[in-house]
Design a protein around this ligand. Structure first.
Ligand code: DAH
Length: 341
């Protein structure tokens, strides 16, 4: 019996070495130490031993059991370590591989200039308002003192989406919506996209951007308009920038002016950018026409106001010395990335 016990121990230890999984290890435990296992089978025969032999064999059996148990435990630790190592290897990261960079986007140059303009106007007490890109004829023309047969419609009577609906050709429509909703004093700007059937070239695009401005209060004069625009020009183009008013015509302002800024490239001497003129036109403006005020329920005898419409695209191309307006709309990253800094 002693030999049998020794044999079981040796066999179990041999078998353990071949075990290569946790399940196999468990099966082995059952096969040797379980209720129907080999060791138990031997112990069941102890009844046939003499009283002297019994404690000796019993002791040996216990020793064999604890040896096998210890070896199983040892193998268990080994197997777990091996499994862990395998998992680590499978999950290994090669930290020497080049990383995947995520590209960070930047603001479009139009938005940079727009944000600056919003800051400047906000600091002067203006609110920013929004208007719809699809407008009615009334807001885009009629209420701006441009009746159906007015020649000023010719250039802007362009993208209709219905009998009475068109893609707005000027942000001036926002003036009317504002005056309908607010009482003076009014100080607002309305930036946005406008649409006209213009041929595409270096300075024209059928989609472009304007910033409309409107101030209505008691005793507003042309002087206020000039002071306001001078301040804006200095903030955008630097302290030496000058502006110049030229008489002009817009149906919704009287008098009307076109405003030029001294060429930021040559400072007024004349160069390729300003085509030798020394000045660059950046906006239209004027004193709000009494018809427009009264059409919106504001008494022109009590209130006066000024309005202006700035071309944001022109402002951006002159500010960054961009030679072709099309670059603003092509979304070529090689161009746009130059403004990321
Ligand atoms: N809406 C004019 C245009 O598209 C620009 C303009 C001129 C706006 C004079 C104004 C203004 O508010 O007073 O050409």
């Amino acid at each position: 019996m002693k030999e049998q016990l020794q044999a079981i121990e040796t066999k179990a230890i041999m078998a353990l070495q071949a075990v290569d999984s946790l399940t196999a290890l468990d099966e082995l435990r059952v096969a040797y130490l379980g209720k129907k296992g080999e060791l138990t089978a031997i112990l069941k025969q102890m009844g046939g031993l003499t009283p002297e032999e019994r404690p000796i064999v019993g002791q040996l059996a216990n020793k064999v059991r604890s040896t096998i148990e210890a070896k199983i435990e040892e193998r268990l630790v080994q197997l777990k370590a091996e499994a862990e190592l395998k998992q680590f290897e499978a999950e290994a990261l090669d930290v020497t591989l080049p990383g995947k960079t995520t590209k960070q986007g930047g603001l479009h140059p139009l938005n940079r200039v727009l944000n600056d303009m919003i800051d400047i106007f906000k600091s002067m007490g203006f609110d920013v308002v929004d208007g719809p890109e699809i407008e009615t004829e009334y807001y885009n023309f009629e209420a701006l003192n441009i009746p159906a047969d007015h020649p000023a419609r010719d250039m802007q009577d362009t993208f209709y989406v219905g009998d009475d609906l068109l893609l707005r050709s000027q942000t001036s429509a926002a003036q009317i919506r504002t005056m309908e909703n607010r009482k003076p004093p009014i100080r607002v700007i309305c930036p946005g996209r406008v649409f006209r059937a213009d041929e595409v070239d270096a300075t024209h695009s059928p989609v472009f951007h304007q910033i409309e401005g409107l101030v209505v209060d008691k005793d507003i004069t042309m002087c206020d308009l000039k002071g306001c625009l001078e301040q804006v020009a200095r903030e955008i183009y630097g302290p030496d920038a000058k502006i110049k008013f030229r008489p002009s015509f817009f149906p919704f302002t009287e008098p009307s002016v076109e405003v030029d800024v001294s060429c930021p490239e040559c400072g007024g001497k004349g160069c390729r950018v300003c085509k030798g003129a020394g000045w660059i036109e950046i906006l239209g403006a004027g004193m709000v026409h009494p018809n427009v005020l009264s059409g919106c329920g504001i008494d022109p005898n009590e209130y006066s106001g000024f309005a202006f419409g700035i071309g944001l695209d022109r402002l951006t191309t002159t500010r960054y010395k961009i030679s072709d307006i099309r670059l603003l709309f092509e979304n070529d990253l090689r161009f746009l990335e130059q403004f990321d800094k």
